[in-house]
Design a protein around this ligand. Structure first.
Ligand SMILES: [Fe+2]
Ligand SMILES: [Fe+2]
Length: 176
């Protein structure tokens, strides 16, 4: 049996009517909201920096006729932006504001924007960036624990896709 104490319906209903202006954030939300918002915004910056780096690599690889790599870069760029949107949506649900100020993106991002001089460098830098994202998201998931299941699930879904991205880049690198 779990040690969680269930709240009676009357109290649940009464509590839900208080602070309705906070939307999805209820009294039972027991995560450190400011800290979660900070982590979400840092991850949002990471996703945007990764999307921009993949876009750059896509156009440069197209120029040197490396079509297999170019297609992967483009697909990843699109998926990083989908991740960014999920994070931004959650930030707003939690009563925060997504920081998309371009001046802040590279400052807050965990992964770096590296252009790379040739195809091999591009793929290597993308692999490194994915590995940074994987480690940082795994830690965030552990930090959240049971305190905010929805945010944790979002990070878990993104993490699974970053692992696929890393795998794709590792495969590409082997073929070069
Ligand atoms: Fe991503
Ligand atoms: Fe990724």
């Amino acid at each position: 049996m779990s040690t969680v104490e269930l709240t009676d319906v009357k109290t649940l209903r009464k509590r839900a009517r208080q602070h309705v202006e906070q939307g999805a954030v209820t009294e039972g939300y027991n995560a450190d909201r400011e800290q979660i918002l900070r982590l979400l915004n840092e991850s949002l910056a990471t996703e945007w920096v990764c999307a921009l780096r993949y876009k750059r690599h896509y156009f440069m690889a197209s120029g040197i006729k490396a079509s297999v790599a170019a297609e992967e870069f483009l697909e990843h760029a699109t998926q990083e932006l989908e991740h960014a949107d999920k994070l931004a949506e959650r930030i707003v649900q939690l009563g925060g504001e997504p920081d998309l100020n371009p001046d802040n993106l590279s400052k807050h991002s965990h992964a770096q924007y590296v252009e790379g001089k040739n195809l091999e460098e591009m793929v290597l830098e993308d692999l490194v960036a994915e590995r940074i994202a994987i480690d940082s998201y795994r830690e965030i998931i552990q930090y959240i624990g049971e305190s905010d299941p929805t945010t944790r699930r979002i990070f878990e879904e993104i993490l699974a896709q970053e692992e696929e991205h890393a795998d794709d880049m590792a495969d590409l690198l082997k073929g070069l």
